[in-house]
Ligand binder design. Structure first.
Ligand SMILES: [Zn+2]
Ligand SMILES: [Zn+2]
Length: 347
């Protein structure tokens, strides 16, 4: 049987279904796995995504023609039965299951296997071919349980607050920022969010995700800033927006902080290894749970993962895609709407 999903210049394409998955060029029909800028772009004629991601997608992309599909519900398109299943990456993130003439393919999008309180936990889906990400697909990537990371972050914040010093965490505005909010101890002090993160916090709360109270920097008395935790996107680092925090301590939260020297290169006081992607054991566990004899790797450490899977007896290959890295220490390309929000973040 011919391959159900292939790579075209516009993106991953479901041949019998005649639709794209997370295309990087404008197309008529796009199924979107999640609202990060490199997977969800502007300009498509029609969008299909998990119902719980519609709010964030609209916040980031503006007015779009979109259908939300509940996890596990099915819709048929040109004879292909489509359903979406939780990927555990960010609010509304989904794996795309496609069934055609008895054959099943699943495209994972980005995923994380450790459950957290901000999105539906990853759910393995049996399939014949699994298209997987591999952002942290090297054996050196092994995450510490998130509670320990949050304990360390709270200790750091508490110590700074006791010394009258503001704590600034640089974290990606969508997903990572909300996960930090859900994990920290809000009794330590006020929580300030940059204008890039605050509209997304609203979208999370509207979707029923409990987050502690947050405010914009202008809403906090100057004296209280000394006890505050500030969550800001990496692009705010070194910008005039930072000046008001005086003598602050800063940190970066990303899976890449596990790399030796990453914290120093970034020039921050602390690095917290907190990722919204599966680590090496998590990727292997997720791949095994699909039962798929064939695996296609889309982004991240493609050659290492492909070689490893072949050694395990799987039929493995890579797809060349234009997906980026939403945990990058340097800021990744932002959707235009978000860039505008960020610009006005000074208010
Ligand atoms: Zn992502
Ligand atoms: Zn990705």
């Amino acid at each position: 049987m011919a391959d159900m999903v292939v790579v075209r210049k516009e993106g991953l394409y479901c041949v019998p279904g005649q639709f794209y998955i997370d295309p990087w060029q404008p197309v008529e029909r796009a199924v979107i796995t999640h609202a990060h800028g490199d997977h969800a772009r502007v300009g498509h004629g029609h969008y299909l995504a998990a119902a719980s991601s519609v709010g964030v997608l609209r916040t980031r992309l503006g007015e779009i023609h979109i259908d939300g599909l509940d996890y596990g519900a099915t819709v048929e398109h040109n004879g292909v039965t489509i359903s979406l299943h939780p990927a555990g990456h960010v609010l509304g993130s989904a794996q795309v299951r496609m069934e055609y003439k008895g054959e099943v393919w699943v495209a994972s999008g980005d995923y994380k296997v450790e459950p957290d309180g901000t999105c539906a936990p990853f759910e393995p889906v049996r399939c014949d071919t699994f298209i997987t990400e591999s952002t942290f697909g090297l054996p050196i990537y092994r995450w510490t349980a998130q509670q320990q990371i949050f304990d360390e972050l709270n200790d750091w914040w508490r110590k700074n607050a006791a010394q009258g010093r503001c704590s600034v965490v640089f974290a990606y505005a969508f997903g990572k920022a909300q996960r930090i909010l859900a994990g920290i101890d809000p009794s330590i002090g006020p929580i300030v969010c940059h204008g890039a993160a605050e509209p997304i916090n609203h979208a999370y709360r509207a979707a029923g995700v409990p987050l502690p109270p947050t405010c914009m920097v202008g809403d906090v008395a100057k004296a209280d800033l000394q006890r505050a935790l500030v969550i800001a996107p990496p692009s705010a680092s070194g910008s005039p927006w930072m000046k008001r925090f005086g003598d602050y301590s800063d940190a970066f939260a990303s899976g890449w902080m596990q790399l030796r020297g990453a914290r120093r290169r970034r020039g921050v006081d602390r690095g917290f290894v907190l990722s919204d992607h599966a680590d090496w054991p998590g990727l292997l566990e997720a791949i095994a749970a699909t039962g798929a004899p064939r695996v296609i790797v889309t982004h991240g450490s493609i050659p290492v993962m492909v070689r490893y899977l072949r050694e395990q007896g799987l039929d493995a290959a890579g797809f060349a895609t234009e997906y980026g890295d939403d945990e990058a220490v340097e800021e990744v390309a932002q959707a235009p709407v978000q860039a505008a929000v960020e610009e006005s973040g000074d208010a």
